[in-house]
Design a protein around this ligand. Sequence first.
Ligand code: ASP
Ligand code: MG
Length: 446
Amino acid sequence: MPASKPVRLPKHPDPAQTLKFNFLPSFPSSPSLRAASPMALIVQKYGGTSVGSLDRIRNVAARVKRTRDQGNQVVAVVSAMSGMTDNLIKMAKELAENPSERELDVLLATGEQQSIALLTIALNELGVPATSITGSQAGIHTTGSHTRGRIMHMDPSLMQGFLDEGKSLVVAGFQGVTPGGMIHTLGRGGSDLTAIAVAAALKADVCQILTDVDGVYTCDPRVVKNARKLPEISYDEMLEMASSGSKVMQSRSVEFAKKFGVVFEVCSSLNDNPGTLVLEEHPNMENVVIRGVSIERSQARITLTGIPDQPGMSGLILGALGDAEINLDMIVANIAHDGLARHSFTMHSSDLGKAQAALKPVLAALAPNSKIETEAGIAKLSAVGIGMRSHSGVAATMFKALGAAGINIGMISTSEIKIAVTVDEQRIEDAARAVHDAFDLDKAPA
Ligand code: ASP
Ligand code: MG
């Protein structure tokens, strides 16, 4: 079997069917999905790095052609060339501190339009009949304010027409059209969302997110040398990993894929190795307690002491931070002692100064005897796995491993499928290795 045959994914169920997903008697796992599949419709998303130069665009064209030559229909969804979107924003900001968001949409959408035209030209040059398609032509109907579009409705009829004529399509990521016909972008990283939505609308057999990593790993392989590429990961685990620092793709597109049951594969744009399938959990998924460990550096903590133990206090304090647009991560409050409570929260360290400034006036008014204590230079370690729902002692194993490595735990927070701790940033890599080892994440479960 040639290595280059893409995975044929199970047909994604409609949302109603997703509920029944767990009860399917057997769900094919990725190796068997790699069998040759006659005439599959394949959506391939290429990110900015993959189309970052003309040579790379030629490589992408060759890959699209190869996929097509194997008898598949191909829809390539592409980002702007790497750095392009940032550059366009920079130019706009040089002209105005607050450029109109409508005009930003018009401007930013040009990045993807360059890529689709260039890739289509390269494909035509290889003899592939291909057509470029903008977001509006792809029938991506959006709502919401400019620069933050949300997809409301998809009308793939124009794309379907071209596919029926035997054309390959090159679709502009990150853009759609408002009900009033205006150009609308989908938020940074939005090409992932376009790919998932196009795959859903066209009922594609395969949706591949081709990127510069070749899959989702049990931990960052630059940190943990024996990290293992996962054959599969559930949507929920992928979302938790992304929000804890292992960002492979835009979280909103993973949520969208989950909602519409789009199974997709994260794989390398540089080779044809199998990547990682992202899908609803199913009984044949590797049976593990912890799927992976993610780390997030550059975190900071604020602890407030001496907060009066009264209704409304937490709301007012967090409200001030929310108004200052500070994204809090962990929030931990302790039972009050002597009528005084203690709150701790973490955030990105670049927000620390802004957070302190936002808190000062509220605390002066509400809690004159309170104190603000800050700590920068911390990092967060999260262990994620749906297996946690049905296993006990997971936190104990994790904390013992950290203790044995002489690593002090700062804060602890948990969700149904995640245990997160803060540690001294200098020890984060040791911490990741200790936890990775404690759960034997380098070994595929039997
Ligand atoms: N070009 C857009 C961005 O840089 C969309 C994308 O790359 O997915 O955010
Ligand atoms: Mg991108």
